[in-house]
Ligand binder design. Structure first.
Ligand code: GTP
Ligand code: MG
Length: 284
């Protein structure tokens, strides 16, 4: 006889407080469908809907979960939440969730946007300058782990936008549409390139909305020729809630960090709560 694998899925809440006093809340929890034992609570999930990707059947489950969390918190019970799934769903979970993000590189011509993208994606660098025409789009997969260790793959599309065209014409084009993050790049050896960044950021905001921005001062390897005080660049960034980083596409210093920090900030906004991600993984 072939033994069948269990085909049930649960949200499992482990109760970490010894002898949790749930008397008053027990009825409410059971009424919501929780199965209670001394140190665990299980909420059966609709596996068929999860496999078919029926988002709407998860809406009441989110509400039930939030209510249970509230009841546990007011009862001062410490807990941990996990998703217990059968193998056909577990298999999907072992492949980390993927999210697509679009980021744009903006800033004056010759500050090093193309060089930064090239260094990050291909780990290459070229001293010759070939101005970008329109925008060049490259892609890179960034494996991240969220603060609680949950793995996530970010498929990043990097739109490296030419710096030599007027902002008005760039705003009319497709470059900034749907951008979820901005790397605003200036050249540490060129004072004007920092002054221009305000216009670049406002132009991008105008099309993409107020998405996260990080300010980069590139060409750190030319620090001896610097024309921008780091404190000025940092202060400028603060005005946009933007972290500031010194980079060098030539040496590679801080380049990976610049892209990964931005990716982390973008997805951080989207997956603030671990259980949201767990539920999403089960149904996507
Ligand atoms: N020393 C030094 N030179 C750099 C660095 N990054 C870029 N460059 C050089 O600066 C020049 C311009 O770089 P690009 O990356 O093409 O500049 P861009 O911002 O893409 O310019 P546009 O496409 O015209 O907007 C090239 O000659 C690069 O080799 C760097 O970190 N250090
Ligand atoms: Mg370029």
């Amino acid at each position: 006889m072939v033994s069948k694998e269990p085909r049930k899925a649960y949200i499992e809440i482990s109760l970490l407080t010894e002898d949790p006093r749930l008397q008053s809340t027990r009825k409410a929890l059971e009424g919501d469908g929780w199965l209670l034992s001394d140190d665990k609570m299980l909420l059966p999930l609709p596996v068929k809907d999860m496999v078919r990707g029926k988002q709407e059947s998860m809406v009441p489950i989110r509400k039930i979960l939030n209510r249970a969390k509230h009841l546990l918190e007011v009862s001062n019970v410490r807990y941990e939440i996990d998703l217990v799934t059968p193998p056909h769903i577990r298999h999907r979970r072992s492949n980390p969730s993927r999210v697509k993000v679009k980021v744009i590189l903006v800033g004056n011509a010759v500050v090093g946007k193309t060089s930064l993208a090239r260094r990050f994606v291909l780990d290459q660098y070229d001293d010759r300058y070939v101005g970008t025409v329109g925008a060049k789009v490259t892609k890179k997969e960034i494996p991240l782990s969220l603060s609680d260790g949950t793995p996530l793959l970010v498929d990043m599309s990097i739109w490296d936008v030419m710096g030599s065209r007027s902002m008005v014409s760039l705003c009319r084009g497709p470059y900034f549409v749907g951008a979820q993050g901005i790397l605003a790049v200036c050249d540490l050896t060129n004072e004007n390139s920092l002054k221009s960044l305000e216009g670049w950021i406002h132009g991008a905001f105008h099309v993409a909305g107020k998405v996260p921005v990080h300010v980069l001062a590139n060409k750190l390897d030319l620090e001896d020729e610097k024309a921008i005080a780091k404190s000025d660049a940092a202060r400028f960034g603060k005005g946009f809630g933007a972290p500031f980083l010194l980079t060098s596409a030539k040496s590679g210093l801080n380049v990976e960090r610049a892209f990964v920090d931005l990716a982390r900030r973008i997805v951080g906004n989207r997956f603030e709560r671990r259980e949201e991600l767990l539920i999403r993984e089960g149904i996507s």
